[in-house]
Design a protein around this ligand. Sequence first.
Ligand code: IVH
Length: 672
Amino acid sequence: MADIIAAKDRVRQLTAELERHNRLYYIEAQPEISDHEYDRLLRELGDLEAEFPELLSPNSPTQRVGGAPIPGFTQIAHPERMMSLDNSYSEEEVVEWYNRQKKVMGGDFETIIEPKVDGVAVAIRYEDGALKYAATRGDGRTGDDITQNVRTIRSLPLNLPADAPQTFEVRGEIFMPNDGFAKMNAERLEAGEAPFVNPRNATAGSLKQLDPKVAAQRPLDIICHGFGQLEGFALATQDEFRDLLKKAGLRGSDARWRAGNSDEILAAIRELDVRRHDLPYETDGAVVKVFSIAAQKQLGSTSKAPRWAMAFKFQAEQAQTKVLSIEIQIGRTGALTPVANLEPVFVSGSTVARATLHNEEEIRRKDIRVGDCVIIEKAGEIIPAVVEVKKELRTGDEVEFVMPTECPSCGTPVVRDPVQVAVRCPNYQCTEQVKRRLRHYAQRGAMDIQGLGDVMVDLIVDAGLAIDVADLYDLKFEDLIKLERQGQRSVEKLLDGIAASKQQPLWRMIFGFGILHVGSSSAQSLVGHFSSIDAIRAASLEDLEAVDDIGTIVAKSITDYFGNEQNIAMIERLRDAGLPFEAAPPEPTAGGGSAKFADTTWVITGTLSESREGIADTIRALGGKVTGSVSKNTTYLLAGEKAGSKMTKAEKLGVRVLSEEEFRTMLAEDDA
Ligand code: IVH
């Protein structure tokens, strides 16, 4: 068949042409043809493939939009480990790093400095010029096969030119450019969908899609910064690597500096910190790398990270905006917290419209007024805070904030907490407080009651069906079915959820009480120490202070709580309802040995691939204790991305810091 031979030739020609134009467009920003022309070539290829399906390759430029959904991600073993980088947070640390390597190298050495792209790490393997797979880092040894999703990234070639290395495993960062992110979020809001928190989360979420058609809709892009396995090609320097990327049509770093000593490195980092705001994507630091590949090999790696590279993390980002109003939130313990409504502003990867002002004293100290221009700061996931008021921009129309003397929810005169700076509503039945208490009790980290979301709590409280958590166990089908928009199914689901909560461990209920200062880790310490509610209730201040993790203020708050008749009455009703009042006996561990994390104390910080609460549950299930702050008793600090002050403290105290990758490795390790 002469036809198919000719068609095969044309398909090969068109594929190469389209890849070349892709490269010219995305990598070199020098397109030779119009979009229209490009589409015409693409259509011609598509037509040929339709006519001769045997010529259709999964790497065809027509196959970007994604094939069929997959049932789940398969695993891919990385031929060479995918490491992470050591982080530094100060210029001194960078200099120390440089000097350490200088000793080994016997003198000053060349480096390059690049932006640290805040995205998701990926390894992409090409064999004989064709894309073979794309995989996430995973635990560094194996990752998820995300080829179908990565294939949809337009700037990534599916086929390399003929003179490309025979085997090329390129590594890089997949990210979502800021403008694409903003546009996508606007569309999601319009469609009534929840917006993504920041571009990094949106990227991770997109890559985890099982349906590549969804990923294809997301504005993903990639920047390549390193390589794993490389065969049939020799690289001597970072410049040669950059040239290889260019030749292959892979996008490398946009900005890059050379530095031959530590002063030059610092100068480059400072310049990058300014320039990075002009980059169309989020960056969270600078990466310093040794220039010579031979020198990199000489320096080698630790178990976690290469010695030849170092990440410098930039300080939290700040932005200027305006205080539109100050509103009062009432917490579950009745504390009145002022919150600033801000003119929305984009900072550290997300739009910020609110900032906590903590309390009246803080507002007074910083002299924050409605109408003020302020500088806000956001570090990682932390709720943004006002760090400075631009007093020089005042017009005279700014309005000072006055703390209300009556609770905005129930009108009860507020009281000033003598110990804390807080102002509280003393009315136990205050609607807003009741709602907050129930929400706190029902939340995932506490009793995890299915069917009892915020809206349901509001309905129940507004209907006067509950003023404390014990009332939940008296709720009747007949009452609930009368609530607005409640069908039989949702009411049954709620009643089942409430009944199921009786099986939760004691510490969750104690945490769920919402005792001031008693978080989930203190609740666990209490149960670990006293084993029953009655023992905790009978404990004196001294007894309580003897518990790890419980200081004077927390101990006082606990005795106050159990000294309150209303609380005791509620607790007795919970006992009658059949809730757990004793600690469950410790779960036996496999093989009868001790639990993997027995006698270890953990602190979790930064952004991780799953919620901190979820990870804490895993640690607890293995016998570990999870606390909120780093102390000399901490065994491990599990630090995710954007770990901040806890990291510094851990380093100061010599507490072992684990990356998520190391943690996952530990989990997977056989400790028989
Ligand atoms: S070089 C051994 N260069 O940041 C890893 N990494 O926090 C060498 N990253 O694992 C990586 N931008 O996923 C390098 N210009 C850049 C980077 C970069 C972002 C990521 C990368 C790395 C992580 C470490």
